[in-house]
Every structure is written in C-alpha cells, then in structure tokens.
Write a protein that binds this ligand. Structure first.
Ligand code: HXC
Length: 258
C-alpha cells in the first residue's frame, strides 16, 4: 500500500524516505510512524538496498511529535497504547545504515528521530531542539538519553531545560551531526554518501554498524570482544579476500556481498 505521509524512492542500492506532511512541518503522528516503520522494515529486507536516507523538507526535517494528536491524550491512554514504544523504534531494528539528512527544524520528536539514525548530515540552515518543556512535557523518544551522549551533559541540559535551539554549526562543533553542507547540496551529499556505503560489502557494513552501536550499550571490554569476533568472522567472507587481493593487485574490487 502506498504511504500517505511519506514519499519513497530508490536510486540503485539506496532507498530514500521523505517525511511528507508539509502543512504540519512533518509533525510525527501515529499514521506516519506506522508507515515509517513499515517502509524501513521493507527496505531492510530488500537485498537490492544497501543504505537508507531519511529526510524531510527544506523547511523541516520534523517539527516534533504531532501536538494536535497528543493534546487530548490522558496518562491511562498513553500508558495503555504504549505511546512511542509501540511504533517509533522500528528504526533501531534496521541493520542497514540509516542516514538522516536534516534541513530546517528538527525539534522534539524530530530531533529524537534524527538521533535514532546512524548519523546526521545537516544543511547549514538546520536547527535542532528539544522544546517539549514549553508544552508541559519532556522528551519521550530518547532525547534525554541520546542528546547527552552526543553533545555532553551541559549542552543537553541547556537544550532540554531552556528549550534553546542549536544551529547547524553548533551541532557540528558539538558532535551531534557528522557534517554541515550548504542547504542546496544536502540531498546530493546524503545520497552520495549512501551510495558509497552501499557499494561496500554488505556484511562488513552491517557488522561495523553493530559494533559502533555496542559502544553505547556494552562496557568497553565487552564491546571490544564483540568487535574482535565480528572482525575475525569477516575473514570467512569472499569479499575480504577480494578486497585485499584487489588492493594488492592495484585494481578495483568486485564485491559480491558474501
Ligand atoms: C503539530 C505542528 C507542529 C507540531 C508545527 N505545526 N509544529 N503541528 N505538531 N509539532 C504546525 C503549526 O501548527 C502550523 O499549522 C504549521 O505546522 C506551521 O507552523 P508555524 O508554527 O505556523 O510555523 P513557524 O511560525 O515557522 O514556526 C515553526 C516552529 C513552530 C518553530 C517549528 O511550528 C513550533 O514551535 N512548532 C512546535 C515545535 C515543538 O514544540 N515540538 C515538540 C513537540 S513535542 P497551521 O495549521 O497553523 O498552519 C514532541 C514530543 C516528543 O515532539 C516526545 C515523544 C516523541
């Protein structure tokens, strides 16, 4: 079924997902998050896809969870329906890389969604913030946990407590985004990067992603052991032999994703 709140495209081995609720600055409601989860799962299962780019519009990546949809909800209701946990976290189960390409506002749940991606490329007009405090709540999709890991306690506290927004340059200085590019170049830069990643051996890419993520969930010694075994296991692949032989023979490798 075609999603109503997303635009989906593929370009070779790269899938592009655009959040598409333009009138609401891509405010994230249940319908959109259900569709996003389904699209991510579909591209993750598609052998022809090696990397996914998630983006919004020029004006907003996403201005947050949909305040109109949240406003009438009660405690009983959000608890019973497992609000956020039910359909926001499919992205964390995707094993292929997901790059967030952020232009304009990434606020509240929009900032949290970008932080759930593997890395963020920002347009020079991007603005990041966790302004939930202004409407009587707090970040609820990981902002209080992922933001301090990305930018440190002081900046995270500042943003979460005062609702101050961070511009793209500060976000890059602070480590929230991997690079800043002119707004007009954002999508090309993200797609080029995705194409580069998608051309590398799929199994190496997946293991590299899993290993980096371990840095945030395991003690150092366990993370190092996890990395070492993943590293060892890649010597069982065709693409390790091919990649190293090609380097030594000074020719381009032909990877087969096996
Ligand atoms: C619903 C939203 C929205 C949102 C914007 N809109 N953000 N609708 N939920 N989060 C709607 C506006 O109501 C408006 O609709 C239209 O989009 C354009 O927005 P404007 O406010 O007119 O635009 P502008 O003056 O340019 O201001 C842009 C803005 C502002 C600074 C981004 O819209 C804003 O502050 N939005 C709310 C940001 C926010 O608080 N986000 C956190 C939400 S809580 P109409 O119909 O009037 O044209 C959250 C919880 C996370 O995310 C926890 C769990 C996920």
């Amino acid at each position: 079924m075609n999603p109503e709140n997303l635009l989906l495209e593929t370009d070779g081995a790269v899938a592009l997902i655009r959040l598409h609720r333009p009138k609401q600055l891509n405010a994230l409601n249940d319908a959109l998050m259900d569709e996003l989860g389904a699209a991510l799962a579909r591209f993750d299962a598609d052998d022809d896809i090696g990397c996914i780019v998630l983006t919004g519009s020029e004006r907003a990546f996403a201005a947050g969870a949909d305040i109109a949809a949240m406003a009438p909800k009660t405690f009983d209701q959000v608890l019973r329906e497992d609000f956020i946990s039910r359909n926001w976290e499919q992205i964390l189960r995707v094993r292929k890389p997901v790059i967030a390409a952020v232009a304009g506002y990434a606020l509240g749940g929009g900032c949290e969604l970008a932080m759930m991606c593997d890395f963020i490329i920002a347009a020079d007009d991007a603005r990041f913030g966790q302004p939930e405090i202004k409407i009587g709540i707090i970040p609820g999709a990981g902002g209080t946990q992922r933001l301090p890991r990305a930018v440190g306690k002081s900046k995270a506290m500042d943003m979460v407590l005062s609702a101050r927004m961070m511009d793209a340059q500060e976000a890059e200085r602070s480590g929230l985004v991997s690079r800043v590019v002119p707004a007009a170049r954002l999508l090309d830069e993200a797609m080029d990067t995705a194409r580069t990643i998608a051309a590398f051996p799929r199994q190496s890419v997946m293991m590299a992603k899993e290993c980096v993520n371990r840095a945030y969930s395991a003690p150092l010694a366990d993370g190092l052991l996890f990395e070492r075994r993943a590293f060892h296991s890649l010597f069982a692949t065709h693409d390790q032999k091919e990649g190293m032989d090609a380097f030594l023979a000074k020719r381009a490798p032909k990877f087969e994703n096996r």
